[in-house]
Write a protein that binds this ligand. Structure first.
Ligand SMILES: Nc1ncnc2c1ncn2[C@@H]1O[C@H](COP(=O)(O)OP(=O)(O)OP(=O)(O)O)[C@@H](O)[C@H]1O
Length: 683
């Protein structure tokens, strides 16, 4: 028999099993629907027990249907043949026949672990591992690894040539795919690591860190459903572009129970993808800002009155500016969030008024303290004063007040330089849109100020994202941070707050960092994770994204900056070298466009054009005439974590110069392509 016909015969064998799985899936769907209908019947009897039972049934039925209805692509993707002749099929979920025999084992179940962990050196009783590729319900390809030839039966057939390589050479679309069929051993170890404490996954570009983190979330939700299911899992990534890129991965595995948020979306009720220039972002992200903000909250509001005057029984009582200042200072010195101290502030003012009334009255006639306090305390003009002197503090408003350089200088005394004050004040003058770095500051102010009475619709405390959870929910059971090397100290504080009761998976690559002061960020991270006892670390060393030729050029950007060990090894060689071209400024737009068009013609999937943040919109203009819906123009920060089949990097030197981490930013941009890379340098 020819090789092709052997493969066809094996495909037919697997097709039979896949057909059985889908037939059973239909039965299970019908059962779940019937259960859902029955639960509605139950609900008609309005006893508390019946309602409770209905809720449980409904929840169960809906969960089952949701899992069964998730993308059916790749439902059955693997098979193990063991030395004792037993076979097991591995799939996106577990399915049993009516006699409770396994038709399909969930990839996260212990029985499936051998699918990812068996190697020729340690076959774990597995003789043959088979990856099954399907298109909808039809098996289209197979690929086998013979792990233990000595124990293979004589009639065992081995077909295909490497599922991993086939998966890696396939063209990419706008959404990241799940990798459950081809997870590699070093990745699997990180995915299946125990849940508690902090699990840190590092590795160079394209080593699958993001893929591993998402599969780990799915794995933990499956294994620790009770602990994680209710409180939930939060995944934080760098940008909305990136979140949308990874958004299909978990649903494709049947998991909907995870919140994905970009750093500009962590705070409820506000969302932004606008970024500051690197210098401003650096100041806003620094932990010095905690003190600046704390002081900012202690300054009198911009239009606070500086005199309180009350008539009481024919006497004028007056608190002058100095006295008011002293009272304010002593209120703050007692600590506590200003928004929770409004009553205390009123009491302190009334006390000072009484002291004055007492002194004014002389020894013969002493006014009654309680009477004075309750009488003045109820007056409308006293409340009008209070609301201007100690108003409710809204985080965004407090930040806007700092656009006044004099005010900001006061808050930033001995913390920020005059130049830094200038940059910040300017960035908050006439803000129409907050930046990603502002979000962490607003969150910090929210916590420092305490909850104000509800007022404005645009304030973050006003809106919860999910009807079941309060705004700024902070009880997640697990938090995943992707591209963790880029979090500023202020952002670590923001995410740390939400994961106080959580275990963590932290994913990143220090070499790709765009944060200029790693020690400061490390300190903030330590604080965010304080209380975590277990820390385990995994390092991924194989680059699955770039061709070796592309990664070689990318690595040149940082080779002299980092130890060789921190650079991964690219597994795939295409024989196609990246192209580096130069263009004079006046022809740059034309050259860029034609280079992009060449890449569109040569590559099948997406083509990314990556340039400086400052030039992004201009380059978008240049590309506007290009006729392709596969072209994506992004700034260097938006390219973080992304991947395209072909990439054009426009102005590599400008890109490095724009970032405070220089060539590391260029390294990120150059390591985004799977197949083709062109670099265009203006001269
Ligand atoms: N085991 C695997 N099987 C198939 N594809 C894989 C595997 N591991 C990684 N990949 C693919 O390699 C590419 C890179 O993965 P991913 O984006 O997770 O890497 P990363 O380490 O997060 O990269 P970066 O640090 O550059 O953001 C993706 O297309 C991913 O699907």
């Amino acid at each position: 028999m020819s090789e092709a016909s052997i493969k066809q015969a094996e495909i037919a064998v697997e097709q039979q099993h896949v057909d059985r799985v889908y037939a059973r899936l239909d039965e299970l769907r019908a059962e779940a629907r019937a259960m859902r209908d029955r639960s509605y019947e139950y609900g008609r009897e309005a006893t508390p027990e019946a309602l409770n039972e209905r809720d449980v049934m409904l929840h169960h039925a809906n969960r089952t249907l949701q899992a069964l209805d998730a993308e059916s692509e790749g439902l059955v993707f693997g098979r193990l043949d063991f030395a004792d002749g037993e076979t097991v099929h591995i799939g996106r979920l577990g399915i049993r026949d009516p006699q409770f025999n396994n038709l399909l084992v969930d990839w996260r179940a212990p029985l499936a672990a051998a699918f990812y962990q068996a190697t020729p050196e340690q076959p774990r009783n597995v003789v043959r591992r088979r990856v099954i590729r399907s298109s909808r319900e039809r098996v289209v390809d197979l690929s086998d690894d013979l792990l233990d030839p000595d124990r293979a039966p004589a009639d065992m057939r081995v077909v295909g040539e490497g599922a991993l390589m086939a998966a890696l050479t396939r063209s990419r679309g706008d959404a990241m795919r799940n990798i459950i069929a081809t997870i590699q051993k070093e990745q699997d170890e990180a995915i299946r690591a125990p849940e508690g404490g902090v699990t840190e996954i590092t590795g160079g570009p394209g080593t699958g860190k993001t893929a591993v983190a998402l599969h780990r979330a799915a794995y933990l939700l499956y294994r620790e459903q009770r602990r994680l299911g209710g409180p939930g899992v939060l995944v934080v990534g760098p940008s909305p572009v990136f979140m949308s890129y990874i958004s299909r991965v978990l649903p494709s595995m049947g998991e909907h129970n995870v919140e994905l948020r970009a750093l500009g979306e962590v705070l409820d009720g506000i969302s932004t993808d606008k970024v500051d220039d690197p210098r401003t972002a650096e100041i806003k992200g620094s932990s010095r800002m905690v003190k600046v903000l704390r002081r900012a909250l202690r300054l009198p509001p911009p239009d606070a009155p500086d005199q309180l005057q009350m008539f009481y029984r024919g006497v004028v009582l007056r608190l002058e500016a100095d006295e008011l200042k002293r009272i304010r200072r002593s209120l703050h010195a007692k600590g506590g969030q200003p928004n929770r101290c409004r009553m205390r502030a009123a009491d302190a003012l009334l006390e000072a008024l009484w002291q004055q009334a007492r002194q004014a009255a002389g020894p013969d006639f002493q006014p009654d303290r309680d009477q004075l306090i309750s009488e003045i305390g109820e007056r409308i003009e006293f409340h009008r004063f209070l609301v201007r002197w100690w108003p409710p503090l809204y985080p965004m408003q407090v930040l806007r007040w700092l656009s006044d350089p004099a005010r900001l200088s006061q808050a930033a005394r001995r913390l920020l330089s005059a130049e830094e004050v200038d940059l910040l004040a300017k960035s908050w003058t006439e803000v129409t849109e907050w930046t990603v770095a502002d979000i962490a500051l607003i969150d910090e102010l929210r916590v420092l100020a305490g909850p104000p009475p509800r007022r404005r619709r645009d304030e973050p405390h006003a809106a919860a994202e999910s009807p079941q959870r309060p705004a700024n929910y902070d009880e997640y059971a697990h938090v995943v941070i992707d591209e963790a090397q880029d979090l500023s100290p202020m952002q670590w504080r923001m995410v740390g707050r939400r994961g106080r009761h959580a275990s963590w998976t932290i994913v990143g690559d220090p070499v790709q960092s765009s944060w200029p002061d790693p020690a400061e960020a490390a300190e903030a991270r330590r604080e965010a994770l304080s209380g975590q006892r277990t820390h385990r670390r995994f390092t991924l060393r194989t680059n699955y994204r770039n061709s070796a030729e592309i990664f070689d050029l990318a690595a040149d950007a940082v080779r002299d900056l980092v130890p060789a060990d921190d650079l991964p090894v690219a597994v795939r060689s295409t024989g196609v070298q990246p192209v580096v071209r130069e263009a004079a400024a006046e022809v740059l737009p034309r050259e860029a466009r034609s280079a992009a068009e060449e890449l569109v013609a040569a590559a099948e999937g997406t083509v990314g054009v990556i340039t400086t943040m400052a030039r992004r919109d201009e380059v978008r203009e240049w590309m506007s005439g290009a006729k392709s819906d596969r072209l994506r123009v992004v700034g260097s920060l938006e390219a973080k974590g992304m991947e395209y089949d072909a990439v054009l990097v426009v102005d590599p030197d400008g890109l490095a110069a724009e970032s405070s981490t220089g060539r590391r930013a260029l390294y990120v941009a150059l390591s985004r392509a799977t197949q083709l890379l062109t670099v265009l340098k203006p001269v």
